[in-house]
Write a protein that binds this ligand. Sequence first.
Ligand SMILES: Cc1cc2nc3c(=O)[nH]c(=O)nc-3n(C[C@H](O)[C@H](O)[C@H](O)COP(=O)(O)OP(=O)(O)OC[C@H]3O[C@@H](n4cnc5c(N)ncnc54)[C@H](O)[C@@H]3O)c2cc1C
Length: 402
Amino acid sequence: MSQKILIVGGGFAGLWSALGAARVLDNNGGSADVDITLISPEPLLHLRPRLHEQAPHGMTTPLLPVLEAAGVRYLQGSVERIDAGERRVDTVTADGQRQTLNYDRLVLTTGSKLHRPAVPGLEQHAHSVDQLDEAVRLDLHLARLADLPPSAARNTVVIVGGGFTGIEVATEMPERLRKVFGQDARFNVIVVDRGGEIGAELGAGPRPAITQAFRELGVEAVLSTAVTAVDADGVTTSDGQRIEANTVIWTGGMRASALTEQLPAQRDVLGRVRTDRDLRVAGAADVFAAGDVALAQTDDEGNHALMSCQHAIDMGRYAGHNVAADLLGLPTLHYKQPFYVTCLDLGAWGAVYTEGWQREVKMAGADAKALKVKINTQWILPPLASRSATLAAADPQRSVVA
Ligand SMILES: Cc1cc2nc3c(=O)[nH]c(=O)nc-3n(C[C@H](O)[C@H](O)[C@H](O)COP(=O)(O)OP(=O)(O)OC[C@H]3O[C@@H](n4cnc5c(N)ncnc54)[C@H](O)[C@@H]3O)c2cc1C
């Protein structure tokens, strides 16, 4: 009977885990007695790093051609329960059937979701760009604003959170609002953040570029201020102020998929499971983790992967390699990703590109934007080449930045 590798999740980490595992099987005499299956709710890779842009409904790419080329089986469904002791998962397939799947090795890559704290009105009234359906809803909402009579609330967008995603949403928004209201329209785009600096977690390096982009694009930052309530017509802030806005977008941080809670493992404050250096979940010997669900060390300096596409892709390659190597009794590899970059989209102003964990600015403006476009439209897409080129791309020693 064949042995089974199950990859749970079809995002960046899941796709590259599947390819990484397929490559090891291919390099070791073919896959006759090992079956790799990837399960996810739909056979599409969602391009989450592009969900702040306009027309988000098109931000997907098919998984099946690349999985088929690599000899990976696809199952459309969701995992509801993991029993790491018994090595099985309970799933609900696309046609609503409940099915239990046994596995020999599992890779958990179910990603993350936006964290929504218990702020009154947030659930009902705040938009987000975290998941495809949410970004599409926001896009439709923006388009419908044009049907409302002009008012301060109609023409104001409040973005809650001035981190990486909040900055990308805010700097893209003037262009999006011009498409809705016309080139000469007047509107307000306001970022509200409880911290004293915009993009605090990005450090001081990129801040001048962000500040300049905000100024030139007309984006306002309200700092050292928390949003304490959201309603259909705006937000209330911690200093008792009211901002009238028909559009409120919450970007306040991500949490790892709730499936991590079902593993007998330590989790960090973001819900990520701690892994060993080979991405095996510490405490669950037959389970590997990659992407936003994994708290993994990237180097010998003590740096850890972030919830980012850049880390998800490389972790996927290593986790895939290691899960197959482990099953075949081959040595596993230490996950290493010492080269860390950021490329922050700043809308029509451009972008800012940094290298290293100190985020030293290497490029800003139009050149950085050209790089960002290349990353988001070429580098993060699955390889659509021959089988051998596809498998070669899954070599964990290769590096991709995003
Ligand atoms: C607006 C925005 C901008 C971003 N910009 C950048 C950027 O510029 N650079 C960067 O590096 N990162 C960026 N990110 C972060 C990046 O998108 C994530 O870190 C990345 O998508 C994580 O990849 P992943 O494979 O771990 O998870 P995901 O891409 O979230 O994929 C998770 C997969 O698991 C599936 N899944 C979930 N639950 C289940 C279940 N129970 N059963 C089966 N399948 C399940 C999902 O359907 C999905 O297929 C951005 C994110 C957002 C939202």
